[in-house]
Design a binder for this molecule. Structure first.
Ligand code: SF4
Length: 459
């Protein structure tokens, strides 16, 4: 009993969060920066923050995550880190030669009040930024928001520093990827490719955080959205944001700066969200939906129909990021399952409204968002009435073990199992992958726990 102190009885808590369902802003900013080709993320703060953010990403992706730090000392913590950042910029371009440095702040530099605009301008005036190189920056104070906020802020900085409108519009649709795995980005590009839609996907971590082992270290792997692609986003005719929490801000900024209209849809997880994404892409790229995608959809429907008796009525608890949980919960309802407890550490009205809509026919469902929404409370709900399945990141394993609940690892971070960055959860292929994983959990659990006379050879 690893969580033996969790009780079924809830006590009103005003100022205490236990096991929050989130991590800190710079983790998201660092992740997004890695989706830009030739970019080195830079953490403006102490070495400890940078080490934590790098290790959080490295442990999840099982890849080396490169990032630099301003290495605040006691002096810079009191008087500001301006000189540290200016010399860091010079050293980084001299030693590591990135095309772009993406600076994000930390709690410490935000508390001091370091002004990144002024510091980077000074570095530029002092000739520390070589010709053709760029330093971009965003603010990521981690005492507000979550890793999703940091991811969103980094994407907004891409728009601010790169997107440029020229008089020549191009027949291209921008796809802004919400927080998802590199395998999902690969799948979204595959869908766009079979639809013959001309797109610019950003950020794009495929080929960066799932690069093949070649025996040769590449400081800047081949993948990532290029600077010229990012610049050209200002000339695209439309933008589709995938996930409101991660991408809406960037969509709005691009429209304001370059007059590119946009639509925000959910990350295409599950049948309906994938339908909406494909319809949106088809309409805005002015391309038909090919038969091959319709067949993929048909195979998914066949799988769902064949196994509906196993899905029906199963109670599920979920935790993670809102852009993932919204379409995932909808997909579970599509499968005739019952998502009954849903928790996200990222706050926002959109999550609450979407959950109320999706769960309107499941009166026993409970959901909570924001900094007070924690996994301790989720566990208490499970103790009050258990569930058949838990879906979330690796931190859920303790609950799953204590309560003997089948557990699917999905979200960030997944640090105790491999494979999550190989197979997508997006698109019809991803929905099929997810449905099969759910079925395997249920059927394995049934085989393991049912009475001997109930063990079936064929299921
Ligand atoms: S919460 Fe603040 S102090 Fe802690 S690791 Fe994140 S940025 Fe650094």
């Amino acid at each position: 009993m690893l969580l033996r102190h969790t009780t079924a009885k809830e006590i009103e808590r005003k100022a205490l969060t236990v096991n929050p369902a989130k991590t800190c802003q710079p983790v998201g900013a660092m992740y997004a920066a890695l989706g830009l080709h030739g970019c080195l993320p830079h953490s403006h703060g102490s070495q400890g923050c940078c080490s934590y953010h790098r290790s959080a990403l490295t442990r999840h992706f099982k890849e080396p995550v490169m990032a630099a730090t301003s290495s605040f000392s006691e002096g810079s913590s009191v008087f500001g880190g301006s000189s540290n950042l200016v010399s860091a910029i010079e050293t980084i371009f001299t030693v590591y030669d990135p095309d772009v440095i993406a600076v994000h702040t930390t709690c410490l530099s935000e508390t001091i009040g370091d002004d990144l605009t002024q510091i980077v301008s000074k570095a530029n005036e002092d000739g520390k930024i070589p010709e053709g190189k760029k330093v971009i920056y965003c603010n990521t104070p981690s005492y507000v928001g979550t890793h999703i906020t940091g991811y969103s802020n980094q994407l907004a900085s891409f728009i601010k520093f790169f997107s440029t409108a020229t008089p020549k519009k191009r027949n291209v649709v921008n796809l802004i990827a919400g927080w998802m795995e590199p395998s999902d980005m690969r799948e979204i590009k595959r869908i766009a490719s079979v639809m013959e839609a001309r797109v610019i996907l950003f950020p794009d971590m495929s080929g960066v955080l799932d690069a093949p082992l070649t025996g040769k270290f590449e400081m800047y792997p081949a993948g990532g959205t290029t600077q010229s692609e990012m610049t050209a986003t200002g000339d695209s005719k439309f933008t589709i944001g995938l996930g409101a929490y991660s991408t809406e801000d960037a969509c709005v900024k691009l429209e304001n700066k370059c007059r590119v209209k946009f639509e925000v849809v959910e990350i295409p997880i599950g049948l309906k969200a994938t339908d909406r994404f494909i319809v949106s892409l088809s309409r805005h790229a002015n391309v038909p939906v090919p038969d091959s995608l319709t067949e993929e959809r048909g195979r998914l429907i066949d799988l769902i129909a064949d196994n509906s008796k196993y899905f029906w009525g199963k109670r599920v608890a979920l935790f993670g990021d809102p852009d993932t949980l919204i379409p995932l919960t909808e997909y579970l309802v599509t499968l005739d399952m019952k998502p009954v407890y849903i928790v996200t550490g990222t706050s926002g009205k959109h999550f609450d409204e979407e959950m109320a809509r999706i769960l309107k026919d499941i009166p026993e469902a409970r959901f909570k968002s924001g900094e007070r929404a924690d996994m301790f409370q989720l566990h208490q709900w499970i103790k009050q009435e258990s569930v058949d399945l838990l879906i979330g990141n690796s931190y859920g394993k303790y609950m799953a073990r204590d309560e003997q609940i089948p557990f699917i690892r999905l979200g960030f971070p997944v640090v105790d199992r491999p494979g999550h960055n190989f197979f997508p959860y997006t698109g019809y292929a991803g929905a099929t992958n997810l449905a099969i994983r759910i079925l395997e959990k249920f059927l394995d659990h049934q085989d393991r726990t049912c009475n001997e006379e109930k063990v079936e050879f064929q299921m």
